[in-house]
Ligand binder design. Sequence first.
Ligand code: URA
Length: 234
Amino acid sequence: MRLDRFLSNLPRFNRQAVRQLLASGGVRLDGQVSRDGRSEVSVFSRVELGDGEVLQAGKRARYFMLHKPLGVVSATEHSDHRTVLDLLDEPDKHELHLAGRLDLNTSGLLLITNDGQWSRRVTLPESQKPKVYLVETEDVIEPVYIEVFARGLYFSFEDLVTQPAELQILAPRRARLTLHEGRYHQVKRMFGHFRNKVVGLHRISIGDIHLDARLAPGQYRALTAREVAGFARD
Ligand code: URA
């Protein structure tokens, strides 16, 4: 919400009082004087008056990376399986949500946060941030896959052609695949085009956030400020 709207929603200020207050430099947003009524206020913003009175303390934004193990479902609740949230030992877990998902039988990097705007930026298909996967397949990965994945594949369900993806063949049945979007079961469907079953799938990075090699499956850590900033608003 805009700062001027936030202030005028408070019973004590009318619109004119808000304009004067802002113009006089009487409002601090996240510690800085803000005269611009169009500044964005979220639940994480701290809003104070010049005399130090706190109008909104601002919730703490929380960001984590988890090494998702196999067999744990990417959901916050599930009747049959353990969920990734069950792996976190954090207060107020119900406030957290997943910034993207991995299939039950996929392991690797999963991002978890309470910041909805941040997670939207992570998951937007148009964000173009590379997501890198290690893939193991049942059959041999032929060089022709490289060209086909780079050209894009038609997904009839969504009626779209996938963004160019980079495939690096590491061994006869092992490859590194870089996607620039995140469609449903995308990796399995791309290999499915060649009737080659994915038997192992592991995500190693999203944008500049790399799965920390010190994290064993099931372990997690808070993201650093730099990792969070990789998905900051432009
Ligand atoms: N593509 C898939 O097919 N599965 C995943 O879990 C992630 C990407």
